[in-house]
Design a protein around this ligand. Structure first.
Ligand code: NAD
Ligand code: LMR
Length: 328
């Protein structure tokens, strides 16, 4: 048996937590031969609900689940963590944009960044899901002194999966036929699902789907507004698909990317594609199974450039809005 991987999950008693924990404990995230320790972090009022979740995990008798530590203490929750999945925060309600949560949620990520730096394993990788996830990640990263910036990520994989599913339905193919789908920028209504570089069965999407007006219009807005559509339909934000996005993100960062393909995740910009350094922006990423890098040389035509720039400008505005939470 391999040594267990320790995964800390905040907001573990919430609805994403509920959908996510069994996926991790059953082996979907790290593979069928990798034991896991779960450190489940909640706020004090949710500890009772968390106890119920722990009972259910016990009742699954997962062969790969080595240890469960439920806690509302950040130091205990992040001790020895190899992966910190920062989900815990308030979701938006109908009529809100994700950035409206910044004032409520942003401050959560200062203490969590500090606690990760003080307690987690040195190689800890942090994936922020709680919204607005790009800027919350920026806050956590800047408060985690000593942890390299390239160990911080924010989730845009759900958007990538949504975009693939929309393109596949339009083209009448299975979603596995869609590759090279990059979400650029912010996990917000300005995100740009880049259909100009995406492929279906190895051919450019624009050669397969001739309806350019649909690609530039309804396709983009459907992906941008999918979270709001789910809230309108369910009365609650996405949970199963969000948990699946977390599993896919971690798997894509820890397994080699298929040759020629890429995946979407928001990372700390190194200035690639003219995105200002230090912003947490989604871009095309590949992994060799251990280390990730930005895929270079993806062509951005005038239409795409305008969309990427608009989303990146929003990220700069969000950074300005939270400057008090970022140590200088
Ligand atoms: P939820 O309200 O069901 O659960 C959130 C949980 O977080 C609650 O149990 C709450 O007690 C806990 N929590 C709150 N503050 C905390 C803190 N400081 N420390 C630890 N736990 C804390 O919400 P949810 O549906 O699970 O969504 C969680 C977040 O994920 C929301 O911000 C939502 O908008 C976001 N989200 C992001 C994506 C994405 O693609 N990036 C997708 C879906 C949802
Ligand atoms: C989503 O994309 O489903 C989440 O970010 C939740 C939301 O507020 O839209």
């Amino acid at each position: 048996m391999k040594d267990p991987i320790t995964v800390s999950i905040t907001g573990a008693a919430g609805q994403i937590g509920y959908a996510l924990l069994t996926r991790i404990a059953s082996g979907s995230m790290f593979g069928p031969d990798q034991p896991v320790n779960l450190r489940l972090i909640e706020i004090e009022p949710a500890m009772n609900a968390l106890a119920g979740t722990v009972m259910e995990l016990d009742d699954c008798a997962f062969p790969l689940l080595n240890e469960i530590v439920p806690t509302c203490d950040l130091a205990e929750g992040f001790t020895g963590s190899d992966w910190a999945l920062l989900v815990g925060s308030v979701p938006r309600k109908a009529g809100m944009e994700r950035a409206d949560l910044l004032g409520i949620n942003g401050k959560i990520f200062t203490g969590q960044g500090q606690a990760i730096a003080a307690n987690a394993a040195p190689g800890v990788r942090t994936l922020v899901v709680g919204n607005p996830c790009n800027t919350n990640c920026l806050i956590a990263m800047n408060n985690a002194a000593g942890i390299p910036n390239d160990q911080f990520f924010a989730m845009t994989r759900l958007d990538e999966n949504r975009a693939k599913s929309q393109l596949a339905a339009k083209a009448g193919v299975h979603n596995s036929a869609v590759s090279n789908m990059c979400i650029w920028g912010n996990h917000s209504a300005t995100q740009y699902p880049d259909f100009t570089n995406a492929k279906i069965d190895g051919k450019l999407v624009t050669d397969v789907i001739s309806d350019r007006a649909w690609l530039e219009g309804e396709f983009i807005s459907t992906v941008q507004q999918r979270g709001a559509a789910i809230i309108a339909a369910r009365g609650q934000s996405s949970a199963t698909s969000a948990a699946n996005g977390v599993v896919d993100t971690v798997r894509s960062l820890t397994t080699p990317t298929p040759e020629g393909d890429w995946t979407s995740v928001a990372v700390c910009s190194d200035g690639s594609y003219g995105i200002p350094e230090g912003l947490i922006a989604s871009m095309p990423i590949k992994s060799d199974g251990k280390n990730w890098s930005v895929v270079q040389g993806v062509e951005l035509d005038e239409f795409s450039r305008g969309k990427v720039d608009a989303s990146v400008a929003e990220l700069s505005e969000e950074r300005e809005a939270v400057k008090d939470l970022i140590p200088s």
